[in-house]
Design a protein around this ligand. Structure first.
Ligand SMILES: Nc1ncnc2c1ncn2[C@@H]1O[C@H](COP(=O)(O)OP(=O)(O)O)[C@@H](O)[C@H]1O
Ligand SMILES: [Mg+2]
Length: 367
């Protein structure tokens, strides 16, 4: 019997970032130490169905699911693992010791999947339910930043019903945040989907309508004109550390979906000209925000800097950042002296360490 840990790598998923997930997973799979781990690949289709099987990655990519085995991750704390149905009964395909969700956006980065892992009592890479959910909701996230005196741009959150009830009042509230440009965003999305830069009231109205297509909660935020976009990678559980900062230099009007995934025009650099004091400030804020939101394992913390005043604003935290070898999260660690394979190994170790901490919690109260 092998004593290797059984590691489930989950990819795909019911989100706009399905393809990004496949690219990230391919990179992760290429460096897992198979002398140490038995890797079980688990794919989730765009429709949300779970599968295992030979050539899973390629079949998921080609959307050819016909020869794959439908699989179910069952939250049975005594026996977590991946199951299938055989002769009308649930049958265990493989137990799992730890899972690595290499997926981005809704149903994976928002706490939903993490909830399933908690129910299964299994170790998993990345933030828990709370950290995931808070970091994905841009509105709630900003309130946590405010409470911790971390600088952010002024904002207001509307819900869809408010917009439908009295749009004039909402436009006035939004315009009271700051002068144009204002940014409108769905609160719980990523990849710049549904985000607009608004230069006047006409744009603002359009932006609010666009954002409300994707979420019940809509954020309006003061916009910076051509800000510097600085990103820091954070790694750790109770004692997180920050990488060197990197910079994204978009060529579009802002860092749009097309630039992130289609045109590839934005430049990602891991060497910035920021002063050592500025670097220390940014790293300190990144770690403070990470801790305040109960992140674990990893996150990429993004900042906007006003070019005129050099004021730094924390923009958002991504709890499952892009993971291809050329993505910012691993690139920043590489620039900080941690190679891609060592980074993946560290993430697995952090997940196991967190499980040990979780297991210390008493679940029953008996008098
Ligand atoms: N307040 C702002 N001022 C200037 N640019 C912004 C502002 N908010 C967002 N942007 C631009 O939009 C991009 C996406 O916004 P962001 O809040 O990071 O959402 P996402 O979660 O989709 O990445 C940013 O990378 C930046 O280019
Ligand atoms: Mg962003």
């Amino acid at each position: 019997m092998s004593q290797k840990l059984k590691l489930g790598i989950i990819y795909g998923g019911r989100s706009g970032e399905h393809e990004v997930s496949l690219m990230s997973a391919r990179s992760v799979l290429s460096v897992i130490d198979t002398a140490k781990y038995d890797v079980i690949e688990i794919g989730i289709s765009r429709q949300g169905k779970w599968f295992v099987g030979d050539d899973l990655w390629f079949k998921l990519k080609d959307e050819d699911l016909s020869n794959l085995t439908p699989a179910y991750f069952l939250p049975i704390p005594q026996n977590p693992g991946i199951y299938t149905v055989r002769n009308g009964e649930m049958s265990l395909l493989s137990p799992l010791d730890i899972v690595f969700p290499v997926m981005h956006g809704s149903f994976s980065e928002d706490g939903a999947l993490q909830g399933l892992f908690e129910l299964a009592d299994i170790a998993y890479v990345g933030a828990g339910v709370l950290g995931s959910a808070v970091c994905l909701d841009k509105g709630l996230f900003k309130n946590v930043m405010l409470a911790n005196h971390i600088p952010i741009l002024p904002f207001h959150v509307f819900n869809r019903m408010e917009l439908e009830k009295d749009i004039t009042a909402c436009l006035q509230t939004a315009e009271a945040i700051a002068d144009y440009p204002l940014y409108t965003k769905p609160a719980n999305l990523g990849s710049s989907v549904g985000i607009s830069k608004c230069k006047d009231r006409t744009d603002l109205l359009k932006g609010l309508m666009e954002a409300s297509r994707y979420d019940r909660r809509i954020l309006v935020e003061k916009g910076l004109q051509n800000p510097r976009e600085i990103e820091v990678s954070v790694l750790g559980n109770e004692n997180p550390s920050a990488s060197v900062p990197g910079e994204v230099i978009p060529k579009d009007i802002f860092y749009t979906y097309a630039e992130k995934y289609i045109n590839d025009t934005a430049e990602l650099v891991t060497k910035t000209d920021l002063s050592p004091e500025m670097v220390a400030t940014i790293q300190g804020l990144a770690v403070k925000a990470y801790t305040a939101t109960d992140c674990a394992g990893m996150a990429r913390v993004d900042f906007l800097i006003d070019r005129e005043t050099m004021q730094v604003y924390l923009s958002e935290i991504n709890t499952i950042p892009g993971f291809t070898k050329i993505s910012m999260f691993p690139k920043l660690w590489e620039a900080s002296g941690l190679s891609y394979p060592a980074l993946i190994e560290t993430l697995i170790e952090l997940a196991l360490e967190r499980k040990v901490q979780r297991d210390r919690t008493e679940r029953e109260f008996r008098r």
